[in-house]
Design a protein around this ligand. Structure first.
Ligand code: NDP
Length: 292
């Protein structure tokens, strides 16, 4: 039997989630602050609730997918959560996830935080590779595992309710660096007679080949030996940076996306790590470590 569930939030992501569960035969109750967006889902078979309290009362399993953590607090302020299983698919920080977990437990609910690694068109498409990180109540996760697997794959990453957000945001942060690099690369070719459409496949295959280096970095971090199996030593890379920066200048392109990273590499080199890969630079970013 397909269990009934409630979705709070009919934004782009909430709407995609509702449609995926409806398509799999789950009875879905939906609430949205602005009623028109929820009402659009009635045609697909959803039951529209007039209030968040009414929506929460309708099902034991409640999924929240709102703008940010503050909107979750606002939407559920004063709502009775006793005996509910609250799954929060709203993007937040690890600390917000932990605080929301304690907040839900105080109100008599089991809680699972989630980080959605997908854009809305990937939801409900089994071949898209979409998945959600989950952390918090292992019992809740085990009990609703099949239902949660309907819109996207599931990866449970631990009882610490902050871990889903931590995994999510760590991946997004890595992506942000990659996008910065892509932006700079397109800026470099921008003034020339090079078609972005011809250049894009080169970027995709080069970045794809390079990301594999994360495996070696993990190996070095776990062994504590940054000099293990070195591929491109830091001294050589810092010398190479000068070429990157001069090329930016020649092309009339601001180096502002590159310089924070090149400066960090120079600091690590100055600390005597020229014969290693760049892996140890994570130490420079650790603000709790104090001055070296
Ligand atoms: P939208 O901007 O499309 O929707 C935001 C939703 O939050 C709407 O339902 C909105 O209601 C509601 N909302 C905002 N503020 C409040 C409030 N104070 N009280 C109650 N409801 C409120 O965003 P998405 O659906 O795209 O995103 C939802 C979550 O999913 C976000 O945390 C986002 O980071 C995450 N996510 C989104 C992805 C994406 O690509 N879209 C990818 C991965 C995660 P109203 O209609 O009334 O404004």
């Amino acid at each position: 039997a397909r269990i009934p569930l409630t979705v709070l939030g009919a934004g782009a992501m909430g709407t995609a989630l509702v449609r995926a569960w409806l398509a799999a035969g789950h009875p879905v109750t939906v609430w949205n602050r602005t009623p028109a967006r929820a009402e659009a889902l009635a045609a697909d078979g959803a039951t529209v609730a007039a209030s968040a309290a009414g929506a929460v009362a309708a099902s034991r399993l409640v999924i929240a997918c709102l703008l940010d953590d503050a909107s979750v607090g606002e939407a559920l302020d004063g709502v009775d959560l006793t005996g509910r299983d609250l799954v929060n698919l709203t993007t937040g920080t690890p600390a917000e996830g932990r605080a929301r977990a304690a907040w839900a437990r105080e109100r008599g609910a089991r809680f699972l935080d989630g980080g959605v690694m997908a854009v809305p068109p990937m939801i409900g498409d089994a071949g898209s590779g979409a998945y959600v990180f989950y952390s918090g109540s292992a019992e809740l996760f085990e009990e609703h595992r099949e239902t949660l697997a309907v819109p996207a794959g599931t990866r449970y990453v631990g009882e610490d309710a902050g871990f889903a957000a931590l995994h999510d945001v760590a991946l997004l942060s890595a992506m942000s660096g990659m996008f910065a690099g892509i932006t700079h690369a397109f800026a470099l070719i921008g003034p020339e007679d090079i078609a972005p459409k011809d250049f894009a496949p080169l970027l995709v295959s080069w970045l794809g080949a390079m990301t594999g280096s994360a495996h070696l970095a993990a190996d070095q971090l776990e062994s504590g030996d940054y000099g293990k199996d070195v591929v491109s030593n830091l001294a050589m890379q810092v010398a190479g940076n000068a070429t990157l920066l001069r090329t930016a200048e020649e092309q009339g392109v601001s180096a502002e996306l590159l310089t924070p990273y090149t400066a960090l590499m120079e600091r690590w080199l100055a600390e005597g790590h020229g014969e290693e890969d760049t892996t140890g630079m994570v130490e420079l970013l650790d603000l709790r470590r104090g001055p070296a």
